[in-house]
Design a protein around this ligand. Structure first.
Ligand code: TXA
Ligand code: MG
Length: 323
């Protein structure tokens, strides 16, 4: 059985890419410093970035947290297994290298049955960042993983496209009140229904400060293609295409369903995404991969509404457009 084979590769110190409900993860045994180091080498990720420990539930999570607050319990009870990462005080049994030398550790119980089965078969937490080369677009299919990391991974488990298509929401619980460090697949509304004090600021941290939360680095999730964001609506897209076309020889557009017909500006959209946050998130990273394959010089992406339900998507778009 393929899960048993994957587990035995991990137990021998190898790397296995596996599906989660958010994006594909690049997994190694999370408490083994040498094995976690292989993840960093495969991604080309600088040391000092914390990785998430993937557990099979709250009980396993608690054994790697120095303290487990009532808020952590409530969030885990309501939203685990699921796309939520809790940053909690790190217990002494978690090597500091795993969390970038921080005194906290990010932990999540994924909902995907393959991810859960793998964690259970190994019997300990799996460290797993998104299975893409450092700063590149996260993978939402096994094919994306193979294209990005190829033979640097011992095995890629293929379970088709990811249900959410955007990474987990990361919440820092080590400080009070809790704070969202990375908007993601769990909405702010869902979090605030559990603890109304949870805060979120749409900020991007530059330089050294980004080390506290690498997902917050300004340039991240970036396709190789130049990205420009256009104002919403056909006119905005057409204007950005016209302006971009002066500097680049080939341009393409990603627009939302509603704007598709109006967006032309002399250029049929390369990708059309649903004008709803969940559907848009599910398709976004695949769209960015498509852009890179199309080998255009510039892609114009229509902005999304400035509303809380769209914040996770808006965050990824802003970072993709950073140079
Ligand atoms: O959905 C996901 O979270 C995916 C799947 C594979 O689980 N994983 C993922 O991992 O996105 P990665 O390494 O690409 O991003 C992990 C994010 C970092 O950007 C960082 O902000 C945050 O989690 N993080 C992890 N541990 C942390 C810690 N101790 N303190 C602050 N932030 C932490
Ligand atoms: Mg990542």
């Amino acid at each position: 059985m393929v899960i048993a084979e994957a587990a035995s590769i991990l137990k021998r110190g190898g790397l296995v890419a596996f599906p989660t409900e958010t994006v594909y993860g690049l997994g190694a045994r999370g408490l083994h410093v040498d094995e976690v180091a292989k993840i960093f080498a495969a991604k080309g990720r600088p040391a000092g970035h914390p990785v998430i420990l993937h557990v099979d539930g709250e009980a396993m999570a608690r054994s790697y947290a120095a303290t487990w607050s009532p808020t952590a319990s409530r969030l885990a009870n309501e939203l685990w297994p699921g796309p939520l990462t809790l940053v909690v005080p790190r217990a002494a049994n978690v090597p500091p290298e795993v969390s970038g030398g921080l005194d906290t550790v990010g932990i999540r119980a994924p909902r995907h049955p393959v991810a859960l089965a793998l964690i259970r078969a190994v019997g300990e937490p799996l460290a797993a960042p998104s299975a893409n080369a450092h700063t590149h677009v996260s993978p939402t299919t096994a094919e994306h993983v193979v294209r990005s990391l190829g033979d640097r991974v011992d095995l890629v488990l293929d379970a088709g496209p990811c249900a959410f298509g955007i990474e987990s929401t990361v919440v820092a619980l080590a400080h009070d009140p809790p704070r969202v460090l990375r908007p993601g697949a769990v909405s702010l509304e869902q979090l605030r229904a559990i603890d109304p004090r949870i805060s979120y600021e749409l900020v991007s941290i530059e330089g050294d400060a980004a080390r506290a939360a690498p997902g917050m680095a300004a340039k991240h999730y970036a396709p190789r293609t130049n990205v420009v964001l256009a104002e919403r609506g056909g006119e905005g897209v057409a204007a950005a295409l016209a302006a971009g076309g002066r500097a680049f020889t080939s341009v393409a557009a990603i627009v939302v369903t509603e704007g598709a017909e109006r967006a032309a500006g002399g250029c049929a959209p390369l990708v059309v995404l649903p004008d709803a946050p969940d559907g848009y998130a599910r398709g976004l990273f695949a769209a960015l991969h498509t852009v890179d394959e199309a080998a255009v010089d510039l892609v114009v992406i229509e902005k999304v509404p400035n509303e809380p339900a769209w914040w996770a998507v808006a965050d990824r778009l802003t970072r993709a457009a950073r140079r």
